[in-house]
Write a protein that binds this ligand. Structure first.
Ligand SMILES: [Zn+2]
Length: 263
């Protein structure tokens, strides 16, 4: 892979300059990687896991419990952690509202029962690699009371998109979000491009450095293997290769971020 060509682009330069700023301050840039919508075995999922293994980089797979038929995760693959991506990834929001699997209109007890079922199902295929962290589909829970119940229901964390407002989404529920979406959902539905992907990362790192965002929230890269075009695959491979052994950069595992153990 020819990193030398890519790094001369302005976006890569800005990204590496920001990392250098952190290093000059004696600080370590920490990243983490979340991939959403894992379900049935598929070539794209196998390719994703292979990429994490080759790059020796921890990957948090947000898996849809309703789709895990036929799946079996390798307990020996310590690069992979599973997170719970809702239950069935079905939009229950009212027509015209933003998409959500967890609308305020659903009975709290119903939502909690669904979640518990989904969690059990995921645990059955997870090979002891499942972390009790909820990743709501569309990065959204529209029922605030549900969030306040998640720690009691056995979850240690919640992960959505965008800089967190606080370390805890609710008492006992650590929040660590993603900040870089490599997919252009409103346009091509393929790779968003190096400028936008690296720009999002650079901006989040700068906001952390300047104290405009929580400095301790690891910068999260969000991928969706099922819709990756070749440009998205190439970019992720390049990013991992260019950063994993870079002085002052550290890719963190989900268990470390959320402070809980896989089950
Ligand atoms: Zn999703």
């Amino acid at each position: 892979m020819d990193i030398g060509v890519a790094v001369v682009s302005k976006a890569w330069q800005g990204f590496f300059q920001e990392i250098t700023q952190w290093r000059d301050l004696g600080r370590t840039v920490d990243f983490w990687w979340r991939d959403d919508d894992a379900g049935r075995p598929a070539p794209a999922l196998a390719r994703l896991v292979a990429l994490a293994n080759v790059a020796n980089t921890p990957l948090a797979l947000a898996v849809i419990p309703a789709d895990v038929d036929g799946m079996k995760f390798d307990p020996a693959n310590t690069m992979i952690t599973l997170l719970q991506h809702g239950v069935d990834h079905r939009n229950r929001g009212a027509t015209g509202d933003k998409k959500t699997e967890f609308p305020a209109s659903e009975l709290l007890s119903d939502a909690l029962a669904r979640l518990a079922n989904g969690r059990t199902r995921l645990q059955q295929v997870g090979g002891g690699r499942m972390l009790p962290v909820l990743v709501p589909p569309w990065n959204r829970i529209s029922a605030p009371r549900l969030v306040s119940q998640l720690a009691d229901a056995g979850y240690c964390g919640l992960s959505t998109f965008g800089p967190r407002r606080a370390l805890y989404a609710a008492p006992g529920l650590v929040m660590v979000n993603t900040h870089v979406d490599v997919i252009d959902w409103r346009g091509s539905r393929g790779f968003v491009g190096e400028d936008l992907a690296l720009g999002q990362a650079t901006r989040h790192l700068r906001a952390r450095r300047w104290g405009l965002a929580d400095a301790d929230e690891s910068t999260g890269w969000l991928t969706h293997h099922a819709v990756h075009d070749e440009a998205a695959w190439t970019f992720m491979a390049l990013l991992l290769e260019a950063t994993r052994d870079l002085d002052g950069v550290y890719w963190r595992a989900a268990g470390d971020l959320f402070g809980c153990q896989p089950v």
